[in-house]
Design a protein around this ligand. Structure first.
Ligand code: HAM
Length: 424
């Protein structure tokens, strides 16, 4: 019988070697988002299941097939792990009356999301997003759309993602969407026999999803039917202004009339960013768009609207490839040549750390060679050695691991000495 445990399917451990890269991405994300006026928000990883049903759309795959619901002790409470961040941020925005405090609120978040997907490369059940939401009262500015898209591209560039490709589209206003749905249904009805089984079902539930079906036969139908989405004049004008703003700041993009999103809340501008690298078919490193009716659907005021995006951290890492980063883990490694000296090095270790010097010690008192090997592995700049002579003379041998020189320093001076040489 196998009685060990494995990480749950579709999730993964982020092991210590990988953590510095995650930290670096998160650090950059925080710095850049703040420089665009965004403030961090942290919402719970689970919410009322109806929040997701109402906001993402009861017929979307994310809600219909992928929501991970929590078995609750109380029958009247239904919770689900969050599959994305927008619904939670909007819930919090309304709950905390941000609309009464400011005309534009800019939030960013970093954290795990959960979808009960069939796992494959780049598609996980627990994955992590860096997301932003700019939520405003009344005005929707095409410059805010452009700024949001620019921020997504800026983040990806700073992370080192090569050549991210931006596709944009507009789904129009809520009224446009309803009208375009009817139009698409009418057009696709003429070709229904050529649509795949899934699309025949989508045709009834959410005809927009037929537009981004990957099936060859569906793609042919879509290409022949939809050259442009027939937007109303104001929606088309708005979309043109977004494009002009992007062009003015030299962000290359492709307008793709077949770009739709898997979540129901989008109106007007939608976008997706893909990257090459080891991503395979799951090549979207980020996506987002504008949402004009989400707040109202969640019980907020009708004049609240927003725009945002989320980047998938795991997919960004796939796009970056194996990043070979070797980071020094501690500056100083201290070792005792006999077990009886360990209480002394344990005290010195604490003094070094208290002085802000990163340090570790040999907890197993092996040979000099094996302890030096450990100091080397820990990336230490200095190895401190306490042997018989050092104890007799109240001193410590300090070996510079870079140039293999060694000196003896008085025990009482060791913290000050290392502080000086490490900062020089
Ligand atoms: P989304 O397109 O569902 O949008 O997800 C955004 C990004 O999260 C994707 O482009 C991908 O990089 C990553 N992602 C999604 N699902 C998975 C998965 N199963 N495994 C790995 N990565 C994944 C949203 O979530 C919207 N909330 C974005 C948004 C914010 N729209 C407006 N504001």
């Amino acid at each position: 019988m196998n009685n060990t445990f494995n990480v749950p399917r579709g999730t993964s451990d982020i092991l210590p070697d990988a953590v510095p890269l995650w930290e670096a991405l998160e650090f950059l994300a925080r710095k850049i988002c703040k420089s665009y006026g965004y403030r961090e928000i942290r919402t719970p990883v689970y919410e009322d299941v109806n929040l997701f049903k109402r906001s993402l759309g009861a017929t979307t795959d994310v809600v219909n097939k992928q929501l991970l619901e929590l078995a609750s002790a109380k029958e009247d409470e239904g919770y689900a792990l969050r599959p994305e961040g927008t619904a939670s941020v909007m819930r919090s925005y309304i709950e905390n009356s941000f609309d009464k405090k400011e005309r534009l609120s800019k939030f960013f978040y970093i954290g795990p999301m959960f979808r009960g997907e069939r796992p494959q490369k780049g598609r996980l059940r627990q994955f992590h997003q860096i997301g932003v939401e700019a939520i405003s009262v009344d005005e929707a500015s095409p410059f805010l759309d452009a700024e949001t898209i620019a921020l997504a591209m800026h983040l990806l560039r700073e992370f080192g993602v090569k050549d991210p490709q931006l596709k944009i589209n507009s789904l129009g206003s809520k009224e446009d969407k309803a009208r375009i749905s009817d139009w698409l249904r009418g057009e696709f009805a003429k070709h229904k026999d050529k649509l795949c089984v899934d699309c025949r079902e989508r045709f009834e539930r959410n005809v927009f999803r037929v537009l981004d079906c990957k099936n060859e036969s569906c793609r042919k139908v879509v290409a022949s039917v939809v050259k442009d989405l027939p937007l109303s004049v104001p929606s088309q004008e708005y979309f043109s202004k977004v494009q002009a703003a992007l062009t003015s700041i030299k962000i290359p993009f492709e307008v793709s009339p077949h770009l739709v999103r898997g979540l129901d809340y989008y109106t007007h501008t939608v976008f997706e960013i893909t990257a090459a690298g080891r991503l395979g078919s799951q090549d979207a490193v980020g996506a987002g768009g504008r949402y004009s009716t989400l707040a109202f659907e969640l019980g907020g005021a009708e004049n609240i609207r927003g725009i945002g995006f989320a980047l998938g951290i795991e997919r960004i890492l796939l796009a970056l490839g194996e990043a070979p980063i070797e980071l020094a883990r501690v500056d100083v490694f201290i070792m005792a040549m006999k077990e009886e000296y360990q209480p002394l090095i344990f005290l010195v270790l604490q003094l070094l750390r208290k002085a802000g010097i990163s340090a570790d010690m040999g907890f197993v008192c092996g040979s000099m060679k094996s302890q030096m090997g450990r100091a080397d592995k820990a990336g230490a700049r200095f190895a401190l050695i306490v042997g018989e002579d050092e104890v007799k003379n109240n001193s410590i041998a300090v070996k510079d691991m870079q140039n293999s020189t060694q000196e003896t320093v008085a025990l009482a001076d060791i913290v000050e000495h290392l502080g000086k040489v490490l900062s020089s």
